[in-house]
Design a protein around this ligand. Structure first.
Ligand SMILES: Cc1ncc(COP(=O)(O)O)c(C=O)c1O
Length: 419
């Protein structure tokens, strides 16, 4: 018989196998200093384009004050126990009520972490006779939720209405056989490419098909819509989203998340979300902190305005300089370049070391071979000077990429290393 750990010693997994080359730099990098538009990486100042602090709240003095005071008042333990047992408070209820009102739903329920909450919500909404239809580019937490489902599931091509309808047809046939219902899951904004889920078109299909719509709006909440209530508000279909999800980890710059829906659905979910029923309640410091952040989101529209000033300056600047930024419809700003993985690594190193630009990099197998995706997240704390410097740096690295500088550099490095 094999030792269970044998496979772990032999294979560290699709990402883990790159640890020797990538750890500390491309993965698990350590950004230091207060969260802001400029932080330190390996002792040098960099413009940070990789933090989802959309509204610049993470280090806002008013937020820091409330966080610190709540920490002093409650410590980090309170309340102890799961919500259902001993971890329930007036403040949790107040935050839920305010969140529900903000996203225009009857009720909301807090989740300790978005990821686990999403997994459990998918799990709780369906039983084995039900059918799930979801986008092939769905976030890992949606996929993990679907993995728990004992019944049928169909994926549709990313944001492709023809594929959505085809799969709804298949799902309808299946559900008629099993006697179940259909749950369609989309994101409000897809976090890699920045496209909004086609919520308006999906909702229109409710005329023809009987399904419920669940939207993960992690990137839309706080950034889209007139009031910042997200992609549903932006597309004018918030009332047609049956279950709405957002995390505090992005616009609210904290930890925690929530789901919002009709009262009866939330009442059901709060008794059936396993990751919340059997886990400690969201700690008070986070609850008070989220109330403060939500209040700022509601009363300081200038934060979202500044965010969008930066988004527009960056995205227009990149387009005008001839960069391919795909089909983003949100703050998420992808820049697509052509090159190999070693070239991508040399390019990112150049950006960080010589231009002081820190952004995320995505390569194959997440995107097709030969493509490099640099992902930039503008925030309200960036300045137009940050944007200008970044545009200059991007033009410089593109020229080096196109004239083969990184190719020669990586070939020389490979020869030196004897690989
Ligand atoms: C689309 C999406 N859904 C869910 C999550 C998970 O949220 P959390 O960080 O609160 O666990 C994330 C990442 O934060 C996300 O990008």
């Amino acid at each position: 018989m094999k030792d269970l750990f044998e496979k772990i010693y032999a294979d560290k997994g699709p990402l883990g196998k790159w640890a020797d080359k990538a750890e500390g730099y491309f993965v698990f990098p350590k950004l230091e200093g207060p969260i802001s538009n400029r932080m330190k990486f390996q002792g040098k100042e960099v413009i940070t384009w990789s933090i989802n602090d959309y509204l610049g709240l993470a280090n806002h003095p008013e937020v820091r004050k409330v966080d610190a005071e709540a920490g002093k008042k409650y410590g980090s333990a309170y309340p102890m126990g799961a919500r259902m047992m001993s971890g329930h408070t007036d403040m949790h209820e107040q935050l839920q009520n305010e969140l529900a009102a903000f996203v225009k739903k009857e009720a909301a329920y807090l989740l300790n972490f978005g990821y686990q909450g999403m997994v459990s919500t998918v799990d709780a909404l369906v039983s084995k006779d039900d059918v799930i239809v979801y986008d092939v580019d769905a976030h890992a937490c949606i996929i993990d939720g679907v993995r728990l489902h004992a019944g049928k599931r169909f994926t549709y091509r990313h944001n492709d209405m023809e594929s959505i309808e085809k799969n709804l047809m298949r799902a309808t046939k299946m559900a008629e056989k099993t006697g179940g219902g259909i749950l369609l899951i989309s994101e409000g904004v897809f976090g890699m490419r920045g496209e909004q889920g086609k919520l308006k078109e999906i909702v229109a299909l409710k005329e023809k098909y009987n399904f419920r719509l669940f939207v993960d709006d992690a990137h839309g909440f706080g950034t889209l819509g007139k009031t910042g209530a997200g992609a549903g508000e932006e597309q004018g279909v918030q009332d047609q989203i049956d279950v709405y999800f957002a995390t505090f980890a992005k616009s609210l710059a904290s930890t925690g998340a929530f789901i919002a829906a009709d009262q009866e659905i939330i009442d059901y979910l709060k008794y059936n979300l396993r990751s919340q029923m059997f886990a400690k309640s969201l700690q008070m410091q986070l609850v008070e902190g989220a109330l403060k952040r939500l209040d700022m989101l509601r009363t300081m529209p200038e934060l979202k305005d500044k965010l969008w000033e930066n988004v527009n300056a960056l995205q227009n600047g990149l387009r005008e300089s001839g960069f391919d930024i795909g089909t983003t419809q949100s703050c998420v700003t992808p820049v697509y370049l052509k090159g190999s993985i070693p070239e991508a690594m040399a390019l990112v190193k150049d950006l960080r070391e010589n231009h002081g630009i820190f952004c995320s990099i995505v390569v194959y197998p997440v995107i097709p071979k030969g493509l490099i995706l640099l992902r930039l997240i503008p925030t309200a704390s960036h300045t137009l000077k940050d944007v200008e410097e970044t545009l200059v740096a991007f033009s410089a690295i593109r020229e080096k990429l196109e004239t083969g500088v990184y190719k020669r550099l990586t070939a020389a490095m490979a020869a030196e290393m004897g690989v």
